[in-house]
Ligand binder design. Sequence first.
Ligand code: AMP
Length: 475
Amino acid sequence: MTFEVAPLEDDRPKHFCGVVGMALEGDAVPHLKKALRIIQHRGQESAGIAVSTGGAISYVRGMGLVHEVLTGRQYNALAGNRGIGHVRYSTSGSSCAENCQPITVTTKEGDLALAHNGDIVNAGSIRDKLQSEGWAFLTSSDSEIIVRMLATELSNSPDPVRAIKTVMRTLEGAYSITMMLDGRVFGFRDPFGFRPLCLGRLPGGYALASESAVFDVLKGEFIRDVLPGEIVEISSSGATSTRTPAAPHCAHCMFEWVYFARPDAVIEGREVYQVRTNIGHILAKEQPVEADVVVPVPDSGRAHALGFAEGSGIPYAEGFMKNRYIERTFILPDQSQRDEGVLLKLNPIRSTVAGKRVVIVDDSIVRGTTMLKIVQMTRRAGAKEVHVRIGCPPVIAPCFYGVDMKTREQFAALNRTPKQIAELITADSVGYISQAGLVRALGIPESELCLACVNGEYPTRIAGEKMRFQRTLEV
Ligand code: AMP
């Protein structure tokens, strides 16, 4: 039997991933594994850790969930009181073992391992330059480019902080990185602070992680976010910081709060759960509807729906059973597989919706696949009316900083009014939170956020796209 494989519009790996780093008095291996399990939601395609006791690095990485990869003879043989780890987000375009992280190489200054979350927007031109200088690349990932640049810098001068600083001056885009060089553990975050990275204390040492829940679960304590442009080195007894210039305005990705991070994560001082319930409250005021029940799309729409119920006074109830063992439908390569996936994943709870005017609340609509299927199944289960409320403004522009939404033509909201979107997904009405409402829910000034996917204004220069704060066209 042969299968037609849908063409992939972008075969580069996307880096909406999770990273950790640790320096402890005792063995870090089991703690690194636990930390990665806590941020497993940030990536289910591959996982890996690299550890050291001060010199050579040993590692285990591979395709699969953390508990599937970090097991067995090789894992059991790992030992080291310092280490870094990575979970990789699964996308249709880049499902291959060669892109697993941490990436490990040997440099003039010792073994280097690197774990990266984000997307480098000038990776292509850097790669071309490095290739013309004679470098060969093993993978298609941006992260390998960073490793090669660091190795080159280290061959000029042994100081890792200086090497990181120099590399940061060339990189454009999103990166929250943990790195280990000759047993020293570093974390650094791009000058815009697109992706989260935080610093915490653990029993017997210090750690870096994409999300603060890691410190809670490992009985440690969250200290603070790594600042945009900051380089932090951790040891078992402390952390040292080197500042490089932050961008004049940060660009924290709003989608971290809207969808990606755990509800118990605190990013830039804002708890994700609280932001989502704020969104629900504001959405209820901005897009009111007469209805009998508010129903969340599990799990991502739950806190938004709770806020909507509180804000509107309409009772909240669980309306869908979610099968947790079905793969992520968002990333399936073709439309019929995505349609089928949603049906396998969700089934309505009849008593909640039958004979009622239902408001379904979810965090976002990208292509509209999920919501069309959900509206249809809600009607089949006997709902009288189906209204949809969304906790993110209409997605109309691609993300170049790591979120897997790149194909403009597929966006349900592009060139459609809410009425036309309602027709597309067969709902009685659709209402989105406004950009101003979202900014208010976050409590972070608009100038410090990346809202490019909803307003098409990018914080960094991208060919053919409008730049944030740009008021006149370049000539
Ligand atoms: P779609 O079906 O294409 O409209 O996607 C929207 C659904 O997928 C919503 O339920 C979101 O929670 C979820 N979603 C949105 N963005 C992403 C993303 N980048 N990766 C995975 N899931 C997403």
